[in-house]
Write a protein that binds this ligand. Structure first.
Ligand code: GDP
Length: 197
């Protein structure tokens, strides 16, 4: 699935500029610095995304990538960056909201959470939005290499109970690290299952 190239499709600063829907779409979201670029690069085996999402001007946009013609990967702008002023936060929320409600082929949002920090209130705000819009999402813990085994278990247990009553949450929580590649095959399998559904 990810053996091919990840071709950059387009950036969308407004919903009017979204590329046409094609194949199955998956999106990656998380707080700034959660490790999104690193994980998506580990997943796709490409370095395209890191460069793209760190290009000034593209960082506040939805970036679309074509994976082998059947899958579209959407890199959502990181949220929760303290220096971003309020108007930009509102523009972010409006863009995401419009994107999520109008995207029939969006199969799942992978919600990245830093395993060291767990769910922050801004993350739960985003989960509230996804539940409200009935957009299916799966929690993916990042930087799993930075925690001890017992800490990982406690973190997963905490998040499991935090999402238990959330209607749009997929129950399986993935623990990943782009440093040591753990959980990356499982994430890839999770994406592959969406394509075969
Ligand atoms: P983004 O802003 O969400 O795209 O995050 P980046 O991928 O740019 O990573 C943010 C920071 O976290 C960088 O300093 C990375 O080196 C670090 N980082 C990313 N992935 C991992 C990981 O799996 N383990 C650890 N320990 N650090 C990571």
């Amino acid at each position: 699935l990810f053996a091919g190239v990840a071709d950059f499709l387009s950036s969308a600063p407004t919903v009017a500029a979204l590329p046409p829907m094609k194949g199955v779409e998956i999106a990656f979201a998380g707080r700034s610095n959660v490790g999104k670029s690193s994980l998506v690069n580990a997943l796709t085996g490409r370095n395209t995304l890191a460069r793209t999402s760190h290009t000034p001007g593209r960082t506040q946009q939805l970036n679309f990538f074509d994976i082998g013609g059947r899958l579209t990967l959407v890199d959502m702008p990181g949220y929760g960056y303290a220096a971003v002023e309020k108007t930009k936060v509102e523009a972010w929320t409006d863009l995401i909201h419009d994107y999520l409600k109008g995207r029939a082929n969006l199969a799942r949002v992978f919600m990245l959470i830093d395993s060291r920090h767990g769910l922050k209130s801004i993350d739960t705000d985003v989960l509230d939005g996804l539940d409200k819009a009935a957009v299916s999402y799966q929690i993916v813990l990042t930087k799993g290499d930075a925690l001890k085994k017992a800490e990982i278990e406690a973190r997963i247990a905490g998040i499991r109970s935090a999402i238990a009553k959330r209607p749009a949450a997929y129950p399986e929580i993935l623990l990943t690290s782009s440093r040591d590649d753990r959980g990356v095959p499982e994430l890839r399998a999770s994406v592959a299952r969406l394509l075969s559904e």
